[in-house]
Write a protein that binds this ligand. Structure first.
Ligand code: PPE
Length: 317
């Protein structure tokens, strides 16, 4: 399905029409993957639209840019404001936000030299990443034959466009073999993450997730789930996870902005636990969904309110 048109995209400080949101084919990012990006969700909460953990996402894109020596020509405040503006300009109550910082058009050659650092923020309505049923039923996945990038090759802490070539190999391999997603191991053979999700394993009521040393993206949903799980009284351990621990787990689930909290019901055709969403996953999922729906107090200050166009119009009448 082709991209469904939205009204406006924020490019270098201006809101431009969807049809005009273009860059030159000789832009550095196209040839060398020199971009860093974010995926953020804005939810329709009981109190109105709100962006989930905007500050942390903005911090991460500034971190990613810093790792790649890209100077973002806006302040953090301007960046956050632009995220709010693009939602308002499109009148979305809930949506997915895609900030992208990239090396633009000037000259080619690996050294980015004089290429500008351009910024673009798009927004669109994005439903459930691995399918709606997946959130309840769970997904069938495989361990990928592709490993995650080795330390000191591609920095895993940077959410860089180029990293997603590895993700695409993982995801396409899973798809070709009839799985919803792949779980990649790191170069040491320990569990790392999905092509676009972090992973959690539950055994004997203890929750495990790989450390940042296992070539994972420092996921913001990962951090949210660690916080929520600790608050719910679970013991949470960040440690190296051997592949076979997945097979003998009681429950396994993915986390991510797009995937939210998605249970995994089989890995390499081995049933995980009872083969459906387990009680710990359900508890955490339900706490997470209540939080993003604004049904519980925003006790961690994770929600940035957005006055949407629809609301603004109503307020004016
Ligand atoms: N690992 C990877 C490799 C990854 O891409 C994501 C997000 C995560 C972990 C989870 O991070 P966080 O969203 O901060 O909890 N993947 C984004 C892109 C998905 C896409 O297909 O594009 C996302 O979920 O927005």
């Amino acid at each position: 399905m082709p991209f469904e048109e939205v009204k406006k995209i924020w490019m270098n400080g201006r809101l431009v029409d969807f049809a005009d949101a273009k860059i030159h084919i000789l832009s550095h990012v196209i040839h060398y993957g020199s971009g860093v990006f974010e995926g953020v969700r804005c939810y329709k909460t009981k109190q109105g639209s709100a962006i989930f953990r905007l500050r942390e996402h903005t911090r991460r894109i500034f971190d990613s840019a810093k790792i790649y020596r890209m100077a973002i020509p806006y302040t953090v405040e301007e960046f956050n404001q632009a995220c709010v503006e693009v939602i308002q300009a499109n009148g979305f109550e809930s949506c997915y936000l895609r900030p992208l910082v990239y090396r633009g058009f000037h000259s080619l050659g690996v050294f980015p030299g004089n290429c500008p650092v351009d910024v673009c923020i798009s927004a669109w309505e994005w439903g459930k990443y691995l399918g709606k049923e997946a959130l309840e039923q769970g997904v069938d996945v495989r361990v990928a034959s592709w490993e995650r990038m080795a330390p000191n090759t591609f920095p895993a802490m940077a959410k860089a466009t180029g990293n997603y070539l590895n993700s695409q190999l993982i995801r396409m391999e899973a798809d070709a073999d009839g799985y919803s997603e792949g779980i990649a191991l790191d170069v040491r053979g320990y569990v790392s993450e999905g092509s676009g999700e972090n992973i959690f394993v539950v055994r004997n009521n203890i929750i495990y997730t790989p450390t940042l040393g296992a070539s994972v993206l420092p996921g913001i949903t990962r951090d949210s789930i660690l916080t929520i799980a600790r608050d719910l009284g679970f013991k949470v351990i960040e440690q190296d996870i051997p592949r076979e621990f997945l097979y003998v787990a009681d429950e396994v689930f993915f986390t991510g902005t797009a995937a939210e909290v998605t249970p995994i019901r089989s890995i390499d055709r081995i049933t995980v636990g009872e083969g459906r969403r387990g009680p710990v996953t359900e508890k955490i999922q339900s706490e997470f969904f209540s939080y993003i729906a604004g049904e519980v107090p925003d006790r961690y200050n994770w929600l940035t309110p957005v006055v949407t166009a629809k609301k603004a119009v109503l307020a004016a009448t």
